[in-house]
Design a protein around this ligand. Structure first.
Ligand code: AMP
Ligand code: SF4
Length: 466
C-alpha cells in the first residue's frame, strides 16, 4: 500500500482480501498466512471459518490480522481440514463487528460460511425485495444478501442454488463460500475483481492475489474466469459458469494501485505493468530533470520505468517511516499535515537544488501530492514536475472501490492548469488511457477515468455525476 497518510483520505470500500484452502491439515494456519500477505487489501477486520470434523467454526475480530486473530483463537482451530478467511476494508456502513467476514449461517442440516470483496450495483433493490419477502438482515454486507438469495432458491443441488443466486447479483465481486462438503469460488461476469486458484500438494487454494499463493508455497494454477464458479471438494476441482454474458475488464485500479507489486493478475505482473506505465509516460511526456523520484510505495515501479526510459538517475528522494502505526492516523485536518511529516521525509541531499520528476500512481483528491510536493520544496527542490501513472480520476466507482464524492475529486470542475497550481507543481502530466492499456496489455475497466462502465448500473443508473 502506498504511504499510510493516504489512509486519512481513503475511503476504499470492500476491496478486501479472500483466501481459502480445501483439504489440508494446516488449513487454518495457512489461511492466516495467506491473509497476512493480503493485508494491504484491508486492515479493519479479519476472520477465518474453519471446518473441524463436520462443524464450521469461526474466529474474527477488528483491526489488523495480528490484532483480530489471537494465538489462542488459532489454537482453537487445531484439527481443521479446510478453511476460508477474509481481511476487511470497512466503510462507515460496514464498521460494526457483525460485518466482519466470513459470515456464518447455521441451518437445520448444514452450515454456510461466506465472504466477498467488491460491490453490487443492485444491492439496494435486491435487499428491499428480500425484505419484502420477509428476510431480516443483520448487516449491510453483500455476502448476507447472497446468502438470503441462496437460501430462498431451494433448487435440488446447493451448487444450482448458488449459481442462480450469482446470476441475480450484478457488479464487481469475488465470492468465497464454504459448507461442510465443499468450497466455492466465484468471480463477477466482467472479471473486475481478481481471484486466482493455486495448488499446494493435493489441496486447492483460492486467493485474491497470487502473492498469497507464493506465501503459502502454493503453485499458481490459473485465474478464476469472469462469470465462473469453481467447486472444490474431496473429488477435486470442477468449473461451471453462472452466466453466459461474460467479458474481461479487470479493474485498472488493481494494477495501478491496489494489488501488491509481486502479484500477477491475468498473467500480468503488477510491478511490470506499473514500470511499463512509467516508460510510456516518458514517451508521452518527456521532461529533462536531474533526478526521478517515486512516491512511496505505489509510485516507485512507474518511477523506475520513467527513469530508465529517460536515462535520468532514479533516486530515493522520499523515505517512508514504516514504524508509524495506524494510531497516528487522525482524521482531524489540523493533524493531517503532521501525520504526513511523520510518515514521509524528503532526503535533502538528494533533492536540494535539483530539478525533480516526481512519479505518483494516481491523484484522487490531490491531498497526497500536495503534501509531497511541499516536502520536496521544503527540502530545497528547485523544480517539481509531476507525472501520474494513471489518467485523471473523474467518475465514481460502483464496483467496490469507494471513491470520494465527485465534488471532492480534484478533477471536479478544475482545468489541468488549475490542478497544477492547486498542488503546487511546476508541471503535471497524466498517462493517456491508451498508454495505460498498453502498459498492462489486458482489457481493463477504466470507468473512473472515462465514465465507460462495463455493466449496467442498475440502482445507480442515471445518477452518476459526470
Ligand atoms: P489523494 O491524496 O486523495 O489524491 O489520493 C491519491 C493517493 O491515494 C494516490 O497517491 C494513491 O496512491 C492513493 N489512491 C489510489 N487510488 C485511490 C482511491 N481509489 N481512493 C483513495 N486513494 C487512492
Ligand atoms: Fe476499478 Fe475504476 Fe473500474 Fe472501479 S471504476 S472497477 S476503481 S477501474
Amino acid at each position: 500500500m502506498s504511504f499510510e497518510g493516504k489512509l486519512f483520505e481513503r475511503k476504499i470500500n470492500e476491496e478486501c482480501g479472500l483466501f481459502g484452502i480445501w483439504g489440508h491439515a494446516e488449513s487454518s494456519r495457512l489461511t492466516y498466512y495467506g491473509l497476512h500477505s493480503l493485508q494491504h487489501r484491508g486492515q479493519d477486520g479479519a476472520g477465518i471459518v474453519a471446518k473441524i470434523g463436520d462443524e464450521l467454526i469461526r474466529s474474527r475480530g477488528k483491526g489488523l490480522l495480528t490484532e483480530a486473530l489471537t494465538k489462542d483463537m488459532l489454537a482453537d482451530m487445531k484439527g481443521t481440514t479446510s478453511a476460508i478467511g477474509h481481511v476487511l476494508y470497512s466503510t462507515r456502513e460496514t464498521k460494526s463487528s457483525a460485518a466482519i467476514q466470513p459470515l456464518l449461517f447455521h441451518f437445520e442440516k448444514s452450515s454456510l460460511a461466506i465472504c466477498h470483496n467488491g460491490a453490487l450495483v443492485n444491492a439496494t433493490s435486491l435487499r428491499s425485495k428480500l425484505e419484502e419477502y420477509g428476510s431480516i438482515f443483520q448487516t449491510v454486507c453483500v455476502s448476507e444478501i447472497l446468502a438470503h438469495i441462496i437460501k430462498r432458491s431451494r433448487l435440488v443441488t446447493f451448487l444450482d442454488s448458488v449459481k442462480r443466486a450469482l446470476s441475480q447479483v450484478h457488479g464487481g465481486f469475488a465470492f468465497l463460500l464454504m459448507t461442510q462438503s465443499g468450497m466455492y469460488a466465484a468471480r463477477d461476469s466482467r472479471g473486475l475483481r481478481p481471484l486466482v486458484i493455486g495448488k499446494l500438494g493435493d489441496s486447492f487454494v483460492v486467493a485474491s492475489e497470487t502473492c498469497a499463493l507464493d506465501t503459502v508455497g502454493a503453485k499458481y494454477v490459473r485465474d478464476v474466469a469472469p462469470g465462473e464458479i469453481v467447486t472444490i471438494n474431496d473429488d477435486g476441482l470442477k468449473s461451471d459458469f453462472f452466466t453466459s454474458d461474460r467479458s474481461l475488464h479487470v479493474c485498472g485500479m488493481e494494477y495501478i494501485y491496489i494489488a501488491r507489486p509481486d502479484s500477477d493478475i491475468e498473467g500480468v505482473n503488477v510491478h511490470t505493468s506499473r514500470k511499463n506505465a512509467g516508460r510510456i509516460l516518458a514517451r508521452e511526456s518527456p521532461t529533462e530533470a536531474d533526478v526521478v523520484i517515486g512516491s512511496p510505495d505505489t509510485g516507485i515501479s512507474a518511477a523506475i520505468g520513467y527513469a530508465e526510459a529517460m536515462g535520468i538517475p532514479y533516486e530515493l528522494g522520499l523515505i517512508r517511516n514504516r514504524y508509524v502505526g495506524r494510531t497516528f492516523i487522525a482524521p482531524e485536518q489540523s493533524l493531517r499535515e503532521m501525520g504526513v511529516k511523520m510518515k514521509l521525509s524528503a532526503v535533502h541531499s538528494i533533492v536540494e537544488g535539483k530539478s525533480v520528476v516526481l512519479v505518483e500512481d494516481s491523484i484522487v483528491r490531490g491531498t497526497t501530492v500536495r503534501h509531497i510536493i511541499k516536502l520536496l520544496r521544503d527540502a530545497g527542490a528547485r523544480e517539481v514536475h509531476m507525472k501520474i501513472a494513471s489518467p485523471l480520476y473523474k467518475y465514481p466507482c460502483y464496483y467496490g472501490i469507494d471513491t470520494p464524492s465527485p465534488r471532492e475529486l480534484i478533477a471536479h470542475k478544475r482545468s489541468a492548469k488549475a490542478i497544477t497550481k492547486e498542488i503546487g507543481a511546476d508541471s503535471l502530466e497524466f498517462i493517456s488511457e491508451e498508454g495505460l492499456v498498453e502498459a498492462v496489455g489486458r482489457d481493463l475497466c477504466l470507468a473512473c477515468y472515462n465514465g465507460d462502465y462495463p455493466t449496467h448500473l442498475q440502482d445507480f443508473a442515471g445518477i452518476e455525476e459526470r
